[in-house]
Design a binder for this molecule. Structure first.
Ligand SMILES: Nc1nc2c(ncn2[C@@H]2O[C@H](COP(=O)(O)OP(=O)(O)OP(=O)(O)O)[C@@H](O)[C@H]2O)c(=O)[nH]1
Length: 432
C-alpha cells in the first residue's frame, strides 16, 4: 500500500559506523528501512570504519569535514546516525555540520510518534520523547524548526515547552497520571473480558512479518497494513467468531525490533503487556526472511521478559507465496497438537487452517475438575468466582469448599501460585 510520506521527504544523509570495539549490532539495511519509514529522502548512505568511536563526534574530525562538504553539496537538511549519540556528540555534530542531527533513538521515536494510534500509545510516545529531549534542550534550531515540523520534531511533544525544564517536569507528571488512568481502564476492560470468558489471542512477531495483514484478513478490520516498519504501535483489539470455540478477541501488537534503544524498551513494554494476558499467542514469522531464526530468537526473548513465555504458542510461517513448493499446511507436534501453520496472509491462503488450529488449541486447553479449598483459601475461592469459572459449590463437614470449576489451563496456572500447589493439605484435586 502506498503510504503518504510524512514530513514531505526531508533530504537526509545516513551514517553507519563500523568499529572494532562496537559489535556489529545495528544492521545497515534495517537502518535504511527505518529512515525510509520515517519519511526521509535518503540522499547519501555513508558507512564509516573507525578503530573506536570518538568522544567528541562519534566519527573522526576529518570525516566530519568531509561530511560537512557533502551536507552543503547535497543540500541535506538532516543527518541521521545509526547509533546512540550522547547529547554533547549530537550538539557538536550539529554545530560542525550546520544541520540537524538525530540518532537512532530519535529516529525510532519519530516513527513511533507517527504510528501511535490509541490514546495510551500516544501518551507513551510523548513521555519517551520528552525524556529523550530533556537532555538535549540547548539547541539553536529548536524553536524555529519545530514550527516547521520534520523528522525527530513531530509528535505530541512538539509544544513550546522544550525551552523550560520546569514546564517539562510538570508535563511529564501529567502524562504519567494520564497513563495511569488509561492503564486502569484497560485493566478493567481486561477483567470484563475474563469474566465473560472470552479468550484473548495475541498476534506477536518481528516487525514486517505480516501481523497487521494477517489481522486484517482474519478480522476484516481496517487496521493499517503498510510496507513500513511499525505499521502498528498499539495493541488493537477485534472480536471474531471461531467455528467451534465461539467468540474470541484478537489483539494485534507492535512489531519487535532488534536492539531497541534502551529507553524505548519501557515504552514498548506496556503495549506488549497485553500479550502477557493472552490465552494463546500467534507468533507470526516471515518464512521468506533469511534472518528469520534471529528474529524468532529476539521475539522469544522479549516474550520471556514480559512473562509471556508460558502461554501456549502457535507459530505462523507467513509469506509462503514467495517460496517455491510450499503448500498451506498445519504441522503438529508428537501429541498431535498444532504447532505451526504455513500460510500466506496476503493471498488469503491457509487462513482456514489457521482458524482450525486456533480452534483446536483453545478447546484443548480447558480444565474441568473439583478442588477442595480449606477456609483459609477464601481469597483463591473468590478469584475463581470472579473469573466466572465455578460451575458448582458444596461445603463439606470441615467447612471446606468443594468447587467444581471449568477454566482454561492458563488461567488456572495464573490463579494457583506455587504456595497453593505445595500445600497439598490445603488443596486437593479430583478429576471427574
Ligand atoms: N508476499 C507477501 N507479503 C506479505 C504477506 N503478508 C504481509 N506481507 C507484506 O509484508 C509487509 C509487512 O506487513 P505488515 O502486515 O505491515 O507487517 P507487521 O508485522 O504488522 O509489521 P509491523 O507493524 O512493522 O510490526 C507488507 O508490505 C505486506 O504487504 C504475505 O503473505 N505475502
Amino acid at each position: 500500500m502506498l503510504f503518504e510520506r510524512p514530513g514531505g521527504g526531508e533530504k537526509a544523509i545516513l551514517i553507519h559506523l563500523h568499529t572494532q570495539e562496537m559489535d556489529e549490532r545495528e544492521d545497515p539495511q534495517e537502518f535504511q528501512e527505518l529512515a525510509h519509514s520515517a519519511g526521509a529522502e535518503c540522499v547519501a548512505f555513508i558507512e564509516i570504519s573507525r578503530y573506536q568511536p570518538s568522544a567528541k563526534f562519534l566519527i573522526g574530525s576529518g570525516k566530519v569535514e568531509e561530511l560537512h562538504a557533502q551536507v552543503k553539496a547535497l543540500q541535506a537538511e538532516l543527518v541521521i546516525v545509526n547509533h546512540t549519540l550522547t547529547p554533547s556528540q549530537e550538539r557538536n555534530l550539529e554545530r560542525a555540520l550546520e544541520c540537524r542531527v538525530i540518532d537512532r533513538t530519535g529516529l525510532i521515536l519519530d516513527i513511533f510518534a507517527q504510528r501511535a494510534r490509541t490514546h495510551e500509545g500516544k501518551l507513551q510516545v510523548e513521555l519517551a520523547q520528552l525524556d529523550h529531549m530533556s537532555t538535549r534542550l540547548v539547541r539553536g534550531w529548536t524553536h524555529l524548526e519545530r514550527q516547521k515540523g520534520g523528522i525527530g520534531l513531530r509528535g505530541p511533544g512538539e509544544t513550546q515547552l522544550e525551552t523550560d525544564r520546569r514546564l517539562l517536569r510538570i508535563r511529564v507528571k501529567q502524562l504519567k497520571q494520564k497513563l495511569e488512568k488509561v492503564r486502569n481502564q484497560r485493566e478493567q476492560a481486561r477483567r470484563g473480558r475474563q469474566r465473560a470468558e472470552v479468550p484473548l489471542i495475541s498476534l506477536v512477531g518481528y516487525t514486517n512479518a505480516g501481523k497487521s495483514t494477517l489481522f486484517n484478513e482474519l478480522t476484516h478490520s481496517l487496521v493499517l497494513a503498510a510496507d513500513q516498519l511499525f505499521a502498528t504501535l498499539d495493541p488493537t483489539l477485534r472480536r471474531l467468531e471461531l467455528p467451534d470455540k465461539g467468540r474470541v478477541v484478537f489483539a494485534d501488537t507492535v512489531g519487535f525490533i532488534r536492539h531497541l534503544p534502551h529507553k524505548l524498551v519501557e515504552a514498548f513494554r506496556a503495549t506488549l503487556e497485553e500479550s502477557a494476558n493472552a490465552d494463546l499467542l500467534i507468533h507470526v514469522i516471515d518464512a521468506h526472511e533469511p534472518e528469520r531464526m534471529l528474529q524468532i530468537e529476539q521475539v522469544l526473548k522479549v516474550l520471556q521478559e514480559i512473562g509471556a513465555d508460558k502461554i501456549p504458542l502457535l507459530e505462523v510461517y507467513n509469506k509462503i507465496d514467495l517460496m517455491d513448493d510450499v503448500e498451506p499446511q498445519i504441522q503438529r507436534d508428537d501429541n498431535g497438537k498444532p504447532q505451526r501453520v504455513w500460510l500466506s496472509a496476503q493471498n488469503n491462503q491457509g487462513l482456514d487452517l489457521l482458524i482450525k488450529a486456533i480452534d483446536e488449541l483453545l478447546s484443548d486447553d480447558i480444565y474441568t475438575g473439583t478442588l477442595r479449598l480449606s477456609p483459609s483459601l477464601s481469597k483463591l475461592r473468590a478469584r475463581f468466582f470472579e473469573t466466572n469459572s465455578v460451575q458448582k459449590e458444596q461445603i463439606d463437614e470441615q467447612g471446606n469448599s468443594l468447587l467444581t470449576i471449568r477454566i482454561s489451563q492458563i488461567d488456572l496456572s495464573r490463579l494457583l501460585t506455587k504456595e497453593h500447589l505445595n500445600k497439598d493439605t490445603f488443596l486437593q484435586e479430583y478429576t471427574i
